[in-house]
Design a protein around this ligand. Structure first.
Ligand SMILES: Cc1ncc(COP(=O)(O)O)c(C=O)c1O
Length: 390
């Protein structure tokens, strides 16, 4: 447990270092932009002080669960208008009409990305603009206005910096960032909401699967489907997740880590897992189901395809059959939350296939190391994927 640990370079609140002063200036400029709001001014100055020390929590045992932090970001706009100005607020409950479109008709989207604390004291984000672009695509499908990519990235940065003391020390985890976009205005008849809220909250997290990098066990779902052609499987809308809870709970009750879905027409092509994409390795080829509207276009998926290509693998985005899955050398999942998660076994129609002897497969290990080293700033970012906050 780190108890009020002070970072290298910080002398403490009474002796501001140049870095602290820089930080205070940055928050001062934030509050100037919102100078019509006294609350945001107060938030800004307390945030600059709060950022100096690590939160007093057990950093060695972080899990993937909500830990409330200091601030959240909120921005609102009416239907037909554009988002213009948001602000940081103390983290807490929000008020919604019982008739809010998000509560009644599921008009909502979310995103997920992470901030990392690097060994040099800097804080980095991984491809945040990609999340901003994906949110905009989803917003179009769900009839919602969305922040511009620039507004999105700026809001993410402000929220992370305001919650800086909650970013785990290097190697202990990351700060999970959860942007939400919802129809917050009241409707009774089915229609787009008259008002929208964009909100960001954060939580320090450790591994998503309790297995960590240890292989997970998946079951192929043959009855229920996550998405259908023409539906919303390709966007990160909230209803896609409630829809998988029944299959996921049943799988977990049987001891599986998660569920792998098949396409709803032929029931033989792989789609994805409840909250991550799937990859199959055979020889030097790494294949993953192509994006065609029913699979979420994962940012980790896209990054792993590039990393694998740069490491000399043949990479294919195509239809992958469940038979190929059962005959693969290695299988792994990718996602912001799971990073690269090796699959130890697949169960399909009561038949269980295992991969490798028991450890992490060579390719999964290699890609995991390549991606996480890049994200944590341990290797050079030749792709231009890292956004540094200081
Ligand atoms: C259904 C689903 N597929 C895939 C992913 C992976 O996407 P990303 O790599 O952008 O986190 C996620 C996670 O966000 C997801 O919810």
């Amino acid at each position: 447990m780190v108890n009020g640990a002070v970072f290298a370079g910080f002398l403490g609140p009474s002796h501001p270092t140049p870095l602290q002063l820089q930080k205070q200036l940055r928050f001062a400029s934030f509050s100037n932009r919102n100078s019509n709001n006294v609350n945001s001014l107060r938030v800004a100055s307390s945030a600059s002080i709060a950022a100096l020390e690590l939160a007093d929590i057990d950093w060695d045992n972080l899990r993937f669960g909500l830990m409330p932090t200091d601030y959240m970001y909120i921005m609102r706009c009416s239907q037909g208008e554009a988002f213009s100005k948001g602000q940081l607020q103390r983290f807490g409950n929000i008020e919604l009409s019982p008739s809010a479109a998000v509560l009644n008709y599921g008009q909502g989207l979310f995103e997920g990305l992470k901030a990392y604390r690097k060994h040099d004291g800097n804080i980095s984000l991984f491809r945040p603009e990609e999340n901003g672009v994906r949110l905009r695509m989803g917003a179009e499908r769900m009839c919602m206005p969305a922040p511009t990519v620039e507004q999105f990235v700026e809001a993410v940065k402000e929220t992370v910096l305001a919650n800086e003391r909650w970013i785990p020390p290097p190697g202990k985890g990351s700060l999970y960032i959860r942007p939400l976009l919802m129809g917050s205005g009241a409707v009774l008849g089915l229609a787009p909401a008259p008002e929208y809220t964009f909100l960001i909250y954060v939580s320090p997290v450790g591994n998503y699967f309790k297995e960590g990098l240890a292989p997970i066990n998946l079951i192929v779902e043959t009855e229920m489907h996550r998405a259908t052609p023409g539906g919303t499987g390709g966007v990160k809308t909230i209803g896609n997740y409630a829809a998988v809870l029944q299959a996921q709970s049943a799988a977990r009750a049987k001891g599986f880590s998660d569920v792998l879905y098949l396409d709803s027409i032929d029931k033989k092509y792989l789609e994805e897992v409840s909250s991550c994409n799937i990859f199959v390795v055979k020889g030097n080829e790494i294949s993953t189901p192509a994006i065609k509207g029913t699979i979420l276009p994962g940012i980790t998926r896209k990054s792993i395809l590039d990393v694998a290509r740069s490491q000399g693998f043949e990479v294919a985005e195509r239809q992958v059959t469940v038979n190929e899955l059962l005959e693969a050398d290695e299988v792994f999942c990718t996602g912001t939350a799971v990073v690269v998660s090796p699959v130890g076994s697949i169960t399909y129609l009561n038949k269980r296939v295992t991969y490798g002897s028991d450890g992490v497969g060579r390719v999964s290990q290699l890609l995991y190391s390549a991606l996480t080293s890049l994200q944590m700033g341990l290797t050079e970012d030749k792709m231009g994927w890292i956004v540094e906050l200081k």
